[in-house]
Design a binder for this molecule. Structure first.
Ligand SMILES: [Cu+2]
Length: 536
């Protein structure tokens, strides 16, 4: 058997994942091969026993580090005992020329059956470097632990010296996300019934780098768990300044990170996309599922780090959940006494990620794209489907097709596939998505980064509205229809579409293939909130 990364009942509660840019940024591009055996086993990430997916015996999976231009060969062996198909998606990597390696069951591949292997082989673009992650794109396996971090470093010889430019001495990874004590299948079953009234199952706990702390006395009698009390995990920073690469690996909730008394500087969003510089703050958010942020902080002023889950989607109360949790931070192996005493006020300065801007286009981009696609997304509970919540993109509810779309002529795609065609000659295409729901949805586009020209929620008093690019408003105004940002829009691969609001996402169609576009809330994705674009 494999060595468990985290032994059940293990007393080590150090969650530090130190990265090693020095092993990658000084060498020529190369081929990196990983052999992964996927199994399942019981562990207690937060003190509560749960059966999770393990990669080579580890949860979360092994960290993959590389440099721009490397070739990755990932041999994934499904060693699950029961018949269950798996796949791995490389979130944020463009997969140019490797659409069939994108890992989406039903679109780019069939699930890897138990007892079989699949080899993912693809080149990381010479232009891509940043914080990524990988996760299952089969069923709901992501929330039962089939995920891990993927970091691509800039080669120093290309002249980009980020450590000097941003002023940091070490790099660490933080995989942060909500956590459920029941299996994803059980959680989804509690959602896909009329009894849920469409309210999402609220998580029980939260994990950083696969560990957390659940207070066993909080367990609810109606939902018993096998629990033993564990210490709160802690983070260890080396002296100096640290670049934290933060990924939201959760299934439902966004979160804020704050370090009262400390200073954080946001430098990049999603896969290494630079932002217009912002002032140092001690709280940043909301980071939604699938999104990443890179922040630089000075370790000497930090004694703890607080993660606050965003309660936007917590309509049902879950008494078991502690949605704000503080993790001790040690610096150079010594716990620094907190300078702020009880009763003393710490001023919170917060940066709202929704206000991040990208690098400046000079001259600005054109107001109009070469092509525009208009989409309405909606969760519905229809009488003829027993009032079970179902996700729709325009009028289509996605169900992965048995044979993947890339291997079939369009005439053989079933009625659950909504896949507009767009031209792939590097034209600009605007994707306008109107979210008709009273909750936000973090959407991820495979194969591309997009510029977020607009991300807007209509005021509650404005009644029911949408944005139609083919019949635009006579005048732009900040309250109803803000002017699209063609000067410094942020570049991302995952973006929150606000409740009763809309986004305008602009892509340059330079990547041929069929690319999924879907909500990252796993419970929404699992009930059909997904579509794809075929770039021809
Ligand atoms: Cu959603």
């Amino acid at each position: 058997m494999f060595e468990l990364h985290q032994k059940p009942g293990s007393s080590s509660r150090d969650i530090t994942i130190k990265l090693h840019p020095e092993n990658h940024n000084r060498r020529a591009a190369t081929t990196i091969v990983h052999y992964w055996n996927i199994t399942k086993g019981y562990i207690s990430p937060d003190g509560v026993h749960k059966k999770v997916y393990l990669i080579n015996g580890q949860f979360p999976g092994p960290i993959v580090e590389a440099r721009s231009g490397d070739k990755l060969i990932m041999v994934v062996s499904n060693q699950l005992e029961k018949e269950e198909g798996i796949s791995i998606h490389w979130h944020g990597l463009h997969m140019k020329g490797a659409n069939d390696m994108d890992g989406v069951v039903g679109v780019t591949q069939k699930a890897i059956p138990s007892g079989e292997d699949f080899t993912y082989e693809f080149d990381i673009s010479g232009k891509q470097a940043g914080t990524f992650w990988y996760h299952s794109h089969s069923e709901l396996q992501r929330s039962d632990g089939l995920y891990g971090g993927l970091v691509v470093h800039y080669p120093l010889i290309e002249g980009t010296r980020e450590a000097e430019e941003y002023g940091y001495d070490e790099e660490q990874l933080l995989l942060v996300g909500d956590w459920y004590h029941y299996t994803a299948e059980e959680v989804q079953a509690s959602y896909l019934t009329f009894r849920s009234s469409g309210h999402e199952p609220v998580p029980d706990s939260l994990l950083i780098n696969g560990r957390g702390k659940f207070n066993c006395s909080m367990a609810i009698r109606s939902r018993p768990v096998d629990c033993h009390d564990v210490q709160q995990p802690s983070l260890r920073l080396e002296a100096g300044r640290t670049r934290l690469r933060v990924v939201n690996v959760g299934a439902l909730a966004g979160f804020n990170i704050s370090i009262p008394g400390g200073e954080m500087n946001l430098i990049q969003i999603d896969g290494g996309n630079r932002i217009d510089p912002v002032p140092s703050v001690n709280s940043i958010g909301v980071l939604y599922p699938g999104e990443r942020m890179d922040i630089v902080l000075s370790s000497n002023s930090i004694t703890n780090l607080t993660v606050s889950l965003d309660s936007e989607n917590f309509v049902f109360q879950n008494q078991a959940l502690t949605s704000v949790q503080t993790f001790p931070v040690t610096s150079s192996g010594t716990i620094v006494e907190s300078p702020s005493k009880q009763g003393e006020l710490t001023v919170i300065t917060e940066f709202d990620l929704a206000t991040a801007r990208g690098q400046i286009f000079s001259p600005p981009m054109e107001e109009h794209a070469n092509q525009t696609v208009l989409i309405y997304n909606h969760l519905e509970m229809l009488a003829h489907f027993d009032h079970i919540p179902m996700g729709f993109m325009n009028r289509t509810n996605w169900v992965p097709q048995e044979e993947p779309l890339i291997h079939l002529p369009r005439s053989e795609w079933d009625e659950h596939q909504f896949v507009p065609q767009i031209k792939g000659n590097s034209e600009w295409v605007d994707i306008v998505v109107n979210n008709r729901d009273d909750k936000g949805h973090p959407f991820h586009l495979h194969g591309y980064d997009f510029y977020v020209l607009t991300r807007h929620a209509f005021p509650r008093r404005a009644g029911y509205r949408t944005y139609n690019p083919f019949d635009p408003p006579a005048v732009w105004d900040e309250v109803l229809y803000p002017r699209p940002n063609v000067v410094n829009p942020p570049l991302k691969d995952t973006a929150q579409i606000p409740r009763r609001g809309y986004v305008i996402l602009r892509i340059k169609t330079d990547n041929i293939g069929i690319w999924l576009f879907h909500c990252l809330v796993l419970w929404h994705q699992g009930t059909g909130m997904a579509m794809a674009f075929e770039v021809i």
